[in-house]
Design a protein around this ligand. Structure first.
Ligand code: ZN
Length: 253
């Protein structure tokens, strides 16, 4: 099994049917959560994944709509009796703040807390994050307005490649992450500081010669914009999809 499931697809202003953007990458050996804006346990249950199976948590950057749920996620897993360790990865900027946040919650006073291993990734390009029988994940620093990463995920069995921009303005690092990828998942917040529009996401997909483009982290509800898919298609001729919560991308074959 190797699939990416969208647990949320909205930008920071979520609505009733679009949670903030986060995803789970589910393999046979490892299950990696990408960002944690809210307690993800119910959404994981909904897609048939027991939170106990989550081995890794990758945090793209320290903004509330990406990391606010981490303390509650860890606390609830502890209360549910988790004993196995979890790995949490991010840039130093992200992990320093996450450890401080947990200290503010006084987590060292929570008895018999399961081991949490923090890994500080260097702010470089194509840094290996984790490797297992299912996939190999690399991270590159991208161009948000605080230190942030995007990801490249290479699947072992199918040889397929998935790239995720994270929160970023268009930059060479995203094109490099997505070079020749089968799927580029790109944010489409809108053209603003440290973000990209759907048109720009289309340009990035074209520059990277990606096979297909999936738009995520887009405005919803009263802030929804018209036609993000059509916007991206003005620049990119491959298939373009608007991610929806609980959408599944299969990388088995
Ligand atoms: Zn952000």
């Amino acid at each position: 099994m190797a699939k990416l499931i969208f647990l949320g697809t909205s930008n920071a202003i979520s609505d009733a049917s679009h949670e903030n953007t986060h995803m789970v990458l589910a393999g046979d050996e490892r299950v990696a959560l990408i960002d944690c804006p809210n307690n993800p346990i119910q959404r994981l249950q909904k897609v048939g994944i027991n939170a106990d199976l989550v081995t890794d948590l990758i945090l793209t950057h320290f903004h509330p709509d990406h990391v606010s749920g981490v303390p509650l996620f860890l606390m609830v897993m502890w209360l549910m009796g988790r004993i196995q360790p979890i790995n949490i990865y991010g840039l130093q900027h992200t992990i320093d703040r996450m450890e401080n946040l947990m200290d503010i919650f006084g987590w060292n006073t929570w008895p018999k807390f399961f081991p949490v291993k923090f890994t500080r990734l260097p702010e470089k390009v194509l840094v290996p994050v984790l490797e297992c029988g299912d996939f190999h994940i690399f991270a590159s620093a991208v161009k948000h307005f605080i230190p942030a990463i995007g990801l490249r995920i290479e699947f072992r069995n199918s040889k397929k490649v998935l790239a995720y921009s994270g929160d970023t303005k268009p930059c060479a690092q995203v094109v490099q992450l997505a070079m020749g990828a089968d799927v580029l998942v790109h944010e489409a917040t809108g053209a603003s500081a440290g973000h990209s529009s759907a048109i720009q996401a289309g340009e990035e997909a074209r520059h990277a010669k990606a096979g297909s483009l999936v738009l995520v982290h887009y405005p919803n509800g009263e802030f929804a914009t018209r036609g993000p898919v059509a916007d991206a298609q003005r620049k990119f001729k491959g298939p373009v999809t608007l991610a929806e919560d609980f959408m599944v991308l299969d990388f088995d074959k």
